[in-house]
Design a protein around this ligand. Structure first.
Ligand code: DGL
Length: 280
């Protein structure tokens, strides 16, 4: 029975998607839980940062990109490791590709509302995610009893990319982006900041150092990886994959720094003509 399920599943990799390096925060958690799975990381870096794109343009771009990706790589599951993308196209992707299990990333507003002691939570995200009807819906459904501050940052995803590449990023620049998250009201203070962009956990240690007071920086990566394990079920690989884990960047960069960085996540940067055609 177990073997039948495995044979029925497509032999492709588990595909992780983001606009840049942020989705790696989710991929590394999945790697711990699914050591034998073959992983393919796809970054639409030609469009980065997508948090500033108009919704209609971004939706059209992502739907077209995924048509090519799914046809070319036949993934056994897709993890949209990006709040900005999933809150916009998650439903449309599931509809367009009913045969593919999708795992999404949405702002962790529900767990934040369950855990807060002060009742003051902040959601730090891209301008796109802050604007989404999806995000408002999560607040209405799960955090009605809380005071929720939405903080949209224009530059944090780019600062996270610089930080990862070893470029200097100043505390002042970071503080300017996160300071609106810290609210004092009637003697109570924000106690949870939801990291609602997968790039932001890359800066979490910096945030801890410069925060005006200690808060819980909520990173949903582990919960997403656990959801992937549940979705794969008996289709999860039980033997080491033969092929290496790889990464595709839509701008087809020739960048030794990026290659070394990806190697640290166990990924080999490859060139993919199908993705390049649609991603540029
Ligand atoms: N990492 C993405 C997210 O989770 C967004 C970064 C971008 O603006 O491209 O929302």
């Amino acid at each position: 029975m177990k073997n039948e399920a495995r044979l029925a599943a497509p032999a492709g990799p588990v595909l992780f998607f983001d606009s840049g390096l942020g989705g790696l925060t989710v991929l590394r958690e999945a790697r711990y839980l699914l050591p034998y799975e073959r992983l393919l990381y796809v970054a639409d870096d030609a469009a980065f940062p997508i948090g500033r794109w108009p919704e209609a343009d971004l939706k059209a771009r992502l739907l077209s990109l995924f048509e090519g990706l799914i046809a070319a790589h036949r993934p056994k599951a897709v993890v949209i490791a990006c709040n900005t993308a999933f809150t916009l196209v998650g439903d449309a992707l599931r509809k367009a590709h009913p045969q593919v299990p999708f795992v999404g990333t949405v702002p962790a507003i529900k767990p934040a509302a369950e855990r807060t002691s002060s009742g003051l939570i902040s959601v730090l995200a891209t301008p796109g995610t802050v604007r989404r009807a999806y995000t408002r819906g999560l607040i209405d459904s799960f955090a009605g009893q809380c005071h929720v501050r939405l903080v949209g940052s224009d530059t944090l995803a780019e600062l996270a990319e610089h930080h990862m590449r070893g470029d200097a990023v100043s505390d002042e620049d970071l503080l300017a982006e996160i300071s609106d998250c810290f609210v004092e009201r009637d003697g109570r203070r924000t106690d949870i900041v939801v990291l609602a962009c997968t790039h932001y956990p890359l800066l979490a240690n910096r945030f801890r150092k410069i925060a005006p007071w200690p808060v819980d920086w909520l990173d949903p990566a582990e919960a997403i990886a656990r959801q992937l394990v549940r979705v794969l079920g008996s289709a999860a690989a039980e033997e080491p994959a033969q092929a290496p884990d790889s990464a595709i960047f839509t701008s087809a960069p020739k960048d030794p720094v990026l290659e070394r960085l990806l190697a640290g996540f166990g990924l080999v940067l490859i060139n993919d003509r199908v993705v390049r055609r649609r991603g540029t």
